[in-house]
Structures are given as structure tokens and as C-alpha cells.
Design a protein around this ligand. Structure first.
Ligand code: SAM
Length: 469
């Protein structure tokens, strides 16, 4: 029985409700008055339900689709301005006891080298990431209770936060690790994690059980209810996502939104971020063998419809996507991207030898962070290294209310400008610095409040004189 408030996975991600949603969307995909009215409702920027957003996703009318894209673009501008937050993944360990059929870390893969970073390795990798200019990391690991223990994660987080190197410090450590217990989530929160990220992979239970035939991840309910336990453990910033390509995208889209609705209903705070990864080739994985892949047009439509449905939720695109695809979807709703990423265990401070490749999937966008930053700025985006909200305790519902009230613009824009200037001074190539300084000089005029603008100008001057507060 569908119940958005229920604590049981199969109630809040209810199969019958998703099927009814898909049937409703299909019936109404050419119902122009209804679609017009949904676009009008969405323009109020209060979001849409999973049923409503599914109708927009199914819409076949080219003019209305154009309106959907324009609205997504406008909502993105209103809520996030032109800022794009940058981060990098750090793979800690690829030991894994699960049997996920799409992931090369699966237990039966006997030829992929298994690696786990020691605390010394982590220091070296993090210093290499800091030397690129990164301030935010997403820790990644397979699931292995012997090799990848909670103590190991806690030590790693502690190591990372305590590395001081030149002007750099990692200010926000997010973590993408297997579903765990309330007590462990509490420990992660106490260790100072930013967002706890866990992808559902697929919301379709039957497919989920087939795609995860063995190992602890096979337990659909335990996996699907992970964010509820995380919230109970005090982690109020959670990141959800599906791996597009595993099951039918319309099903996944409805499931994602139902998950967001559930978290908001049950805990008063929706997901902090939604990720939209697409399945990629990897060591012993042929993505073409999975028949539910989506093309770039569908991908763009999904991003636009998520933006409209949950305007206050950040959206993440990784280097699984090419420069071209990233360019296409950035303005439709994406607020965070990774740059200069490696998906191998180690590999930031020195490349892995050819015969020791431990990557999780093929990175499509292989550019350096400097190239990504320069590319963003040439398109008039403002790359942001800001982590102020997190450091000042504006997480969970406090962050959401800031975002929903539109106030995010007033504090984020100045912080983005100042952290970008720090990046330019410390890490950028001369050409990136030149482009960035021109952008900052233009953008500072857009700080609405006169007093705030004066403070930002003074801070920028100090940063440029290498005289930081
Ligand atoms: N062990 C954790 C778990 O159980 O969710 C997480 C980690 S894994 C390092 C991060 C994500 O990579 C997975 O959730 C999955 O969606 C994604 N992934 C796995 N195989 C992939 C592939 N072949 N292409 C693209 N993404 C993949």
C-alpha cells in the first residue's frame, strides 16, 4: 500500500503506485491543457509531485517540451545563479563482497587488482587533490566488512580533515559507502561528513534483486531504507540517485521523486542532492549488454524534469559524462560537477601502471581541474569551491529553508567569488587566472546588497594581495 510516510521501503516506493503513475503519464502525454497547467504550477517554484512530473517527462509536444526546458533553465538560474560547485571522488578501496552485475568490483571479478589506501596513501592522494585546488571530496568504496570497516572510514575522514598543506584544506568530505546501521551513521555524522550519498541503482525491486544477486546489497529493503536510518542517525544531508541504464528510466524517475517525497514527509527535509549517473563500460562490464540505456535527449529531459520537480535539491553530474553532454545539461539544472577525477584506488599522485588498473568505470571527461574551471568560466559559469554552509551548520532543513526562500543567492554568490579568487591565486594556470579575474570583476557587480558588495570587494583585494583573513 502506497504511504509516503511509511518506514517500509515497499510502501513509500510502492510498485503499484509507480505503475499507476506511468499509466497516468502515458494517458496524458498529449493532454496539452493539463501539461500547460502543470508547467504553470511548476513556475511557482514549489515543485511537483511524482505523478505530475512524470506527465511532463512523458510529454511529446515539441512546443511544450521547449517550455519545460526553458522553465528548468529559469529555475536553475533563480535558485543557483550561475554557480557550479566542484568536487572530486576519492576511491578508498575496491574490495567488495557484493555481486552487482554492472560493477567491476563484484566479488567474482578475480583479475581486477584489489587495492585499499593506507592512511599514508590517503595523505599523498589528498595532497595531490589539494594541489589541483580541490576543497570537497566524495569518498567511495566497495562493501567489505573485513577490509572496509567503519573504523577505517572514520580514520580516513579524520586523516583527511587534518591534512594542512600550503593554503589548502579539504573542507567538506562527503561519503558514498554501502548502506549501514543507525549507529554507524551517527559515527559518520560525528566524524564531520558532509553528505551521505547512496544510489538506489534501481527502484524496481524485481530488477534490483537480479542485478544484486549476492552479498549484503541484495537486501532491497535494507538498501532502500538506508536514508531513513541515516536521518535517524543525525545525517541530515543525504544524496540519492539511480544508475540510469539498469531499468526503464520512467520507472526510475518516478521512484526517485517518491523517495524525495518520502524523506521530506517523514523527516521534514528532502534529499540534499540527486545524482544522475549513467551506466558505463568498465573492466569486465559491457554497458551495451544492458538494454535500458538512455540517449542524450532523454537524459537532458530527465535533468530538466528533476529540476522542475524538486527545485531546492542540488543535482550532480560526474565525469561519466562527456564535455558535450555536460555542456548541454549544466544550464538545465546541474549544480555540482566533479573535475579532474580518477575512479581508481590511488592514481591522483601517480598514474596507475597499465597492468594494475583498479578503476570502477571509464571516465569520459578526462580534463584536468584547471581545464574544467576555465571551460566553465568561458561559458559564464562561476566555479565555486565554497563550503561555508556546511561549516556554519546550514545543513538539512536549515539549508533547505535557505534555499526555498531564495536567500541562497545572497550568501552563495559572494562566497563563490571569494573562493574562486583563492583558487585562481593558488592553483590556476595564467590563462585561467586571466579569464577568472575578468569574470569575478563582472560578477561582483551582481552582489545585490551595497554593503555586502563593499565587503566582497575588500576581501577580493586582500586575497589578490595574498593577505587573507
Ligand atoms: N559500495 C557502495 C554501495 O553499495 O552503494 C558504493 C559505491 S560505488 C563506489 C558508487 C556507484 O558507482 C554505485 O552506486 C554505482 O551506481 C556506480 N557504478 C557502479 N558500476 C558502474 C558502472 N559500470 N558505470 C557507472 N557507474 C557505476
Amino acid at each position: 500500500m502506497y504511504d509516503v510516510n511509511s518506514k517500509h521501503a515497499e510502501d513509500f516506493i510502492n510498485h503499484e503506485e509507480i505503475l499507476a503513475t506511468l499509466a497516468y503519464a502515458d494517458e496524458n502525454k498529449n493532454n496539452l491543457p493539463l501539461i500547460e497547467s502543470l508547467i504553470e504550477k511548476a513556475a511557482k517554484r514549489k515543485g511537483l509531485s511524482h505523478r505530475e512530473a512524470s506527465v511532463l517527462l512523458a510529454c511529446e509536444d515539441p512546443d511544450l517540451n521547449e517550455k519545460i526546458f526553458r522553465l528548468a533553465e529559469q529555475i536553475k538560474k533563480d535558485f543557483y545563479g550561475n554557480r557550479i560547485v566542484l568536487f572530486a571522488p576519492l576511491y578508498l578501496s575496491n574490495y567488495c563482497i557484493n555481486g552487482c552485475t554492472y560493477c567491476p568490483y563484484h566479488l567474482k571479478n578475480k583479475h581486477i587488482p584489489r587495492k585499499k589506501l593506507s592512511q599514508e596513501d590517503i595523505k599523498r592522494e589528498v595532497i595531490a587533490l589539494q594541489d589541483m585546488g580541490h576543497k570537497r571530496l566524495a569518498l567511495e568504496a566497495g562493501e567489505d566488512p573485513v577490509h572496509n570497516t567503519m573504523d577505517y572510514y572514520l580514520d580516513s575522514i579524520n586523516t583527511i580533515y587534518n591534512i594542512k598543506h600550503k593554503n589548502g584544506a579539504i573542507r567538506r568530505v562527503n561519503i558514498n559507502i554501502a548502506a549501514t546501521t543507525v549507529d554507524n551513521y551517527r559515527l559518520l555524522k560525528e566524524a564531520g561528513i558532509g553528505t551521505y550519498i547512496l544510489f538506489q541503482e534501481t527502484y524496481h525491486k524485481e530488477s534490483y534483486l537480479e542485478l544484486h544477486p549476492t552479498g549484503p546489497k541484495h537486501d532491497y529493503d535494507y538498501h532502500t531504507e538506508a536514508m531513513d536510518r541515516a536521518m535517524e542517525g543525525g545525517v541530515d544531508d543525504v544524496g540519492i540517485g539511480v544508475l540510469f541504464g539498469l531499468d526503464k528510466f520512467r520507472y526510475e524517475f518516478a521512484g526517485l521523486l517518491m523517495h524525495a517525497e518520502h524523506l521530506e514527509a517523514a523527516f521534514g527535509v528532502g534529499p540534499h542532492t540527486i545524482s544522475v549517473p549513467r551506466l558505463r563500460n568498465a573492466d569486465d562490464i559491457d554497458a551495451d549488454a544492458f538494454t535500458n540505456g538512455i540517449d542524450d535527449d532523454t537524459f537532458a529531459k530527465i535533468v530538466a524534469c528533476i529540476r522542475i520537480a524538486v527545485p531546492y535539491t542540488g543535482m550532480i553530474i560526474s565525469t561519466r559524462e562527456s564535455q558535450q553532454v555536460r555542456e548541454r545539461v549544466l544550464h538545465l539544472g546541474v549544480s555540482q560537477i566533479s573535475g579532474g577525477s580518477r575512479t581508481s584506488v590511488g592514481g591522483y599522485c601517480e598514474p596507475e601502471p597499465e597492468d594494475e588498473k583498479s578503476e570502477q568505470f571509464d571516465v569520459i571527461d578526462n580534463r584536468t581541474l584547471d581545464e574544467v574551471v576555465q571551460w566553465l568560466m568561458k561559458m559564464d559559469y562561476l566555479p565555486s569551491f565554497c563550503t561555508a554552509c556546511y561549516r556554519e551548520g546550514r545543513t538539512g532543513d536549515r539549508f533547505m529553508s535557505l534555499c526555498k526562500s531564495g536567500q541562497i543567492q545572497n550568501c552563495c554568490h559572494p562566497n563563490a567569488l571569494m573562493t574562486l579568487e583563492e583558487y585562481l591565486m593558488d592553483y590556476a594556470s595564467p590563462e585561467t587566472k586571466r579569464i577568472g579575474d575578468m569574470l569575478i570583476d563582472r560578477e561582483v557587480l551582481n552582489v545585490p546588497n551595497e554593503k555586502a558588495r563593499a565587503v566582497v570587494l575588500e576581501n577580493l583585494k586582500l586575497i589578490r594581495e595574498n593577505n587573507r583573513r
